[in-house]
Every structure is written in C-alpha cells, then in structure tokens.
Ligand binder design. Structure first.
Ligand code: DP6
Length: 372
C-alpha cells in the first residue's frame, strides 16, 4: 500500500443495466460505435462491485462473483491492461474484485453493461483519489463512462440516471463516440413513469455474442442506410422525449428493435434470434395498444426476450394484460418488473471484501398455461 494516507485503496459501486431504445450495432476502431445510441437505465437490474488494491501477492486480478472465484477474471485482466494506458497506477497494484448481480443469469439481461459500469466507477473513484482530482465535477462521470465503454460499449450509458446518449450527433456539442452524456435535463415528466416488463421467452437460447454481432455490420449490405436510420431515430426520439410525444416514442422504439433484428437476419452469417413466442408477444402488444388505446410498445436486445414498455398511470391495466394474455408465452410464465432508474450509487465503504447484499430480484413466475 502506498504510504500516502490521502490515497484510498478500496471503492465500491452499484451500477444499473440499461436498455437501448436506439440500438448500438456495429463498431469502428476500438470500442467506438458505428452509430449513435440512446438508452435508459433500469432500477432493479444492477451489479454491485468492490475493488481493493494490494501490493502483495503475485496474482494481478483475483475476481469473485457471488463470493466465489469467478470466470470473468481473464477478461478483467485484459481490460485493466488496456485501461492502464489511461490510468498508469493500475500497473503498480494487484486487484481483488468482488461482484454480484441483482438479477439471475437466466433473466436474459446483458450483464456486461452493469458489470463494466460498476467496475469503471470504482476505477474512476480510485483514479480521482490518487491524482487528487475533484470527484464532484462532470469530469468524474465522463471518465467513468469512457472507462466503461472500453470494457463494453453499452456500459458507457449505464453511469447516468435516466436517459443517456452515446455517440457524436448534431444534437449536442458535448456528445462523443468516446463516452455517453446524460439526457436528464428537459425530458418530459411522463417518462419518469416509464416501466419495463421483461418477458422471458427463452433463457436457454444463446444470444449472438456482442463481438460476433457487431462484426456482422462491417460488410453489411444495409450498413449505410442503417447508420443513417440511427441518426434520424436519435433526433426523432430525443424530440419525443422532450415533448412527451408518445406516438413518436412508440414508433421509433419498435422500428429500432425490429431494425436490429432485421440487420441480424440479413447479415452473413444470418441469425434469427426471435422465437415464435417473441412474435406472438409482439403481435399481442400491438393489438392491445390498438384496442385498449393504451401507450405500450416493445423493445428487444440481441435475443428472444421482449421488453414491454409502458407508463405508470397504466400499470393496473398493463399488469392485468400481462397476466391474462402474455405470461402464457413466457418461459415457465416468467417475467421481471423494472422501471427507469436513478443511476449508479456509491456503496458505503465496505469492510473486508464484503459488499452490501441486496438480495436477488425474484422473477414473477406463473404456471405457463397456453390458451387453446
Ligand atoms: C444489441 O455493449 O454488449 O444491446 O461493446 O462488444 O461489449 P460490446 O457490445 P455490447 O452491445 C450491445 C448491443 C445491443 C444494443 C445496445 O445496447 O445499444
């Protein structure tokens, strides 16, 4: 340990996962996006991570997941090696890293965004302390977002509350391909009540790994039009967020989810990740919107599960709809409730390697009864 008492050697953060409304799909250079993306953070799905620095021992990274030695250690070691270009002090220490997720692996929520978000926040806090920089400035979040991006692109959008935008656009001078920016200011209050019911279609299906997936855009026939579409959708969606235009919000969100899958279906090799039950859920969500005149829509990640987005004021109707019509198409009737979240939290200083145990989210489970 360094003799300088100002230097802290332990940091712990909780960081949420996020779901993209305009999708990041395709990379250029190192972890830079082909197109801008816009997302919101979840409240219930998060990772908690603590990082301790040591000078003794010869293991660079000891990584524990749920209190047991985890398999992620190698990826983190590579990541730290890379990040040490920016944070040279990394090479002087060995790392003990403890991590846990609030959601089960089978929930189909990408954990790389919350994991790298939490790790990046710990590294940023340590870095600001080491270099005696003021952690109460916007630079803190910018650095955290950039470090998160270097681990996993979508993670850079997880370090802010509410909505975030990643990628250079004409909308904000401060926008960048290197880090995300927060979009909280000026957002219409209706979006404070944004809810996400994650409908589990198939936990066993292997999603396309992100590295394979993004590479599919490299020589994609529709690459140019996809990039143009994403720019346009970011503009339209941001305007809808400012004005509370729910029809536009719904239109852009669904187009983006289906475009992501259209890109996968028409790439070489081609992937069809949607299942018959994913399509059934999509159709039923659209029919419910028409019939009940309630603003609901869906978004989808690179997998078969469906995120049903709705608003707080329609909670009772939408939950009744889920129970009545949707859970029969969910794997073992499983779905998970989430909502737009307040962003990361610094955890209390931790004793030893313990981090606050917040318990796991329960998946709502109903016997899957298919209607004749
Ligand atoms: C479909 O962020 O997982 O979820 O940068 O390789 O870690 P890497 O990719 P990752 O890709 C996420 C793709 C997506 C869309 C999105 O979150 O924007």
């Amino acid at each position: 340990m360094s003799g300088n008492s100002k230097h802290i050697h332990r940091s712990a953060w909780r960081c949420p996962s996020n779901i993209a409304l305009v999708k990041y799909w395709g990379k250029r250079d190192f972890q830079k996006p082909m197109n801008p993306s816009l997302s919101f953070v979840l409240q219930n799905a998060f990772t908690e991570t603590s990082v301790e620095l040591h000078k003794n021992g010869d293991q660079k990274v000891a990584f524990y997941f749920d209190g047991k030695p985890g398999t992620f250690g190698e990826r983190i070691e590579k990541y730290l090696e890379h990040v040490s270009g920016k944070l040279p002090w990394i090479s002087k220490y060995n790392f003990a890293i403890h991590s846990q997720n609030s959601f089960p692996h089978s929930a189909g929520i990408a954990s790389s965004a919350s994991s790298f978000g939490a790790l990046a926040l710990c590294l940023t806090e340590l870095d600001f302390a080491m270099s005696e920089k003021d952690a109460g400035t916007p630079d803190f979040w910018k650095e955290a977002s950039e470090l998160a991006r270097m681990g996993s692109g979508s993670a850079c959008r997880s370090v802010y509350p509410g909505f975030a935008l990643w990628g250079q656009t004409q909308l904000f001078e401060s926008g960048s391909d290197e880090f995300a920016i927060s979009l909280t200011a000026g957002i219409h209050p209706v979006f404070e009540g944004l809810r996400d019911a994650i409908l589990m279609v198939d936990s066993g299906t292997k999603s396309v790994s992100s590295s394979t997936g993004h590479r599919l855009m490299d020589n994609h026939f529709f690459q140019r039009s996809r990039i143009a579409q994403a720019y346009e959708n970011v503009n339209e969606l941001y305007l809808a967020l400012l004005t509370g235009d729910l029809s536009k919000f719904i239109e852009v969100t669904e187009t983006e989810a289906l475009s992501l899958h259209a890109m996968m279906m028409t790439s070489s090799p081609s992937f069809i990740l949607l299942k018959p039950n994913s399509l059934e859920l999509i159709n039923r969500i659209r029919r419910f919107r028409e019939k009940a005149q309630i603003p609901v829509c869906f978004t989808i990640d690179a997998g078969p599960n469906i995120h049903l987005l709705y608003f707080q004021e329609n909670e009772l109707d939408v939950k009744a709809f889920i129970e009545r019509e949707l859970i029969q198409f969910c794997e073992n009737g499983k779905w998970m409730e989430d909502r737009i979240g307040g962003g990361p939290e610094r955890l209390m200083s931790v004793s030893g390697s313990e981090i606050r145990n917040t318990g796991k989210i329960d998946l709502n489970s109903q016997p899957a009864t298919r209607k004749p």
